[in-house]
Design a protein around this ligand. Sequence first.
Ligand SMILES: *[C@@H]1O[C@H](CO)[C@@H](O)[C@H](O)[C@H]1NC(C)=O
Ligand SMILES: CC(=O)N[C@H]1CO[C@H](CO)[C@@H](O)[C@@H]1O
Length: 471
Amino acid sequence: MSLDVRRASVGKIQNSYRTFPLVAITIFRNTIFEKLFNGSTMDPASQTHCVLLLDLPPSALGGIDLLSFTTTPRFRGVKNLPPGLHFVFAASDSSLSVRHGAWFYVSPGSGPPQVFVKKWDPATEDLLAETNQSEVMRWRANMGEIWKDSLTPYRQTVSSTDSTEDDDTVEESTDWSALTSRIGPTLLTRITGLNPDHWSLTSASSASQDLETIPGLELSNSVLYPEKELHFLPVDLKRTWREGATGRERTEAAQDRSWALGDLIEHHCRGEAPREREQEIIGELQFSFLMVLTLNNNSCLEQWKRLLTLLFTCREAVKERTQLFIELLKVLRLQLSHCSDIEAGMFDMNEQGGGFLRPVLRKFRKAFDDLDGKRKVDLVEEFDELQDFLRDTYGWELDESFVKRGMLELEDGERVEMDVNGADEDDESGEYAPQIVDLTPEQLKELEQNGESLASEEEDDAELDEMDTRY
Ligand SMILES: *[C@@H]1O[C@H](CO)[C@@H](O)[C@H](O)[C@H]1NC(C)=O
Ligand SMILES: CC(=O)N[C@H]1CO[C@H](CO)[C@@H](O)[C@@H]1O
């Protein structure tokens, strides 16, 4: 008894996130036998884990994990879900309308098939979990009615061999597991609130950090759905030193953000073990990336950028947490391999200069100078793979094989010549970027002779404040 699943348009599927993805799934019966069996009670043994997406308007956008599609009137959900974490999302149509999604977790093991029931509320245009247990029981009991014709098998790619009969092939994407490897219940609950199996958010969910920076956000359509606040790790690139730090400590913490990273890991991540807390940083990076990819949410994009900027401007931490950074480089490479198709601008990769990422990566490369031994070898290897990928895909050069020199004008008008490799980086990494130049001993001396004792520790507070405005 096969289910014939056809797509009206598959041309765009590889680029499913570039324009709004359009894969029409047309499900229809193709044999007389299916007509006979349709509606009969199904053999429970043939049932698999599934998620129902009910009450969607006609031609809605539906999606699960990395695949999205336009639904047909008959569509009721997705079956054959592999165990693990999944993300379903929907929107009233496949244009620019606000998307709603929810994370849920299919437990492994040999228990009975799990059924997740989500329904579209037309009044609020929101995707809700069905909380009425009698409703859930009713859907469970009547699964046979919709199983064949209205549930589409889980898949992550569209293969051309679709017409092969009978096996409802599960094409598992290993990428999805890799892209979610560090996302877990603790993280989802921290960010979206305690709502197991329906950790939800929408395109327009915002983080408090962004309320000032995204124009028009506070005016958004929050009458229908009061916006849910996302509880991201509080990355503040403008203050990366401890409370009460002054002078040199601040200056150093602005150049090497390891203190700020450590503070997030120790005081804001919720994992039990230290290693778990570190991995939560990666988890949040994965979460925010996927929420940009599937929902186009801007707050998540901002958090993704903030986290990467923070991580890649650490030096000391690279020594202490080498494993974390090796994993970071791996995860980033995989993410970047998925973002090239997203609609223009979202990830800025092809922008001249590579957006925010290229300069911070270049800077990061320099942190390896302080390392030695095996961890350096491992880190360099991972970095080189990322570098090769970026060169092949985007034509980026991260190597700095030449040293640029230029004149730097000091506050009193004095001009000194120095390396300006850092200069273009700082231009590009935005308003938070510290204006840092590495002085050679000669230059330091010269500065001191000119009465500008930048490195001196006796600066008084007035001078300090002045300095801070530059960081
Ligand atoms: C739950 O659903 C049943 C029908 O399936 C209905 O009779 C009942 O009123 C619902 N309960 C609530 C609290 O909505
Ligand atoms: C497509 C879409 O709805 N994008 C929204 C993502 O979230 C930001 C704010 O966080 C909104 O401004 C966008 O409209």
